[in-house]
Write a protein that binds this ligand. Structure first.
Ligand SMILES: [Zn+2]
Ligand SMILES: [Zn+2]
Length: 296
């Protein structure tokens, strides 16, 4: 009897050890959990319902009086934090366009840099001279020299590798791509996801896939989220018509409702997107303002 209970105790101990090591194995947080806010309440909160996106810098003209030059920058307001996504290629033009659009640099909390190219980071120094009290989210792969320069202004550097949440309902895809690492922005609105890209070097469809996967991993129910809008540079300047049309059909398969391509999408790309999306194509350039009421 004693022997039987000894065996039983041994068996129980073994089960307990195996069980606890399995739990340990599975409780090792996936990378996204280390970087994402896993507060279930935050996940279940509905997306933003009041959002404005202003194109501050683009090579396409839109609003009379604003300057244009190669590059991209957009301001996002209505979210928990006010975000400047990319800084265009030229600081004085960025600040002058901001001034004309009545954007106060000091009102900005966060700068997100999509990738290292000068047409997206060129305006940063001039901006930091006006407002160094920001967090600058940049791909981890940026050179140390670049990061040190940002810190020199007194700004906080946030290195992005895996996906993370920037503030409530706003996420970075994490740095994607092989040669040129790039992050894109995802905003969860009540009407669906908005994805903003800088140059889409990793491939615009890959970015959409990453964004969808990320939202699904946060909450499986969110797999049903529509992609409400994709805007920014799609990097199709040198793509063939066939390739662009393949990309457009991938957009349709993903249920993308509105598109606002600019910057490095190129004229042919913009023409083809307009042709296929009709009235759900939004013509944008420097000075264009998009609100959620435009996306109905
Ligand atoms: Zn680029
Ligand atoms: Zn670019």
């Amino acid at each position: 009897m004693q022997r039987i209970s000894a065996i039983a105790a041994l068996l129980l101990t073994t089960i307990a050890i195996v069980w606890s090591s399995t739990v340990c194995l599975y409780s090792q947080k996936p990378v996204k959990e280390q970087t994402m806010n896993q507060d279930t309440e935050a996940i279940s909160t509905p997306g933003v319902n009041d959002l404005t996106i202003k194109v501050v810098f683009d090579n396409n003209p839109y609003m009379e009086g604003l300057g244009t030059a190669w590059g991209f920058s957009a301001l996002i307001t209505g979210t928990e934090k006010t975000i400047l996504f990319d800084t265009g290629g030229d600081g004085s033009l960025l600040l002058s366009n901001m001034n004309k659009l009545a954007i106060e640099p000091n009102g900005i909390d966060v700068v997100v840099l999509s990738h290292i190219h000068g047409d997206h980071t060129g305006g940063l120094n001039s901006f930091l001279e006006k407002n160094p009290s920001v967090s600058v989210y940049l791909p981890e792969s940026f050179p140390n020299k670049f990061k040190a320069n940002v810190q020199k202004y007194g700004a906080q550097v946030v290195e992005v590798n895996q996906p993370l949440d920037i503030c409530e309902n706003v996420y970075s895809t994490g740095q994607l791509g092989i040669l040129i690492k790039e992050q894109s922005l995802i905003i969860r609105t009540k009407a669906g996801l908005i994805i903003i890209t800088g140059c889409a070097h990793p491939g615009i469809v890959k970015i959409l896939t990453a964004a969808k996967d990320l939202m699904k991993s946060l909450d499986p129910a969110r797999d049903r989220d529509d992609i409400l809008l994709v805007m920014g540079g799609f990097h199709l300047e040198w793509a063939t018509k066939t390739k662009i049309e393949k990309i457009i059909s991938a957009f349709k398969q993903y249920g993308v409702r509105f598109v606002a391509p600019c910057h490095c999408t190129g004229e042919k790309g913009r023409y083809l997107f307009e042709k296929h999306f009709g009235e759900n194509y939004i013509n944008i350039g420097a000075g264009k303002v998009i609100t959620l009421s435009d996306l109905q």
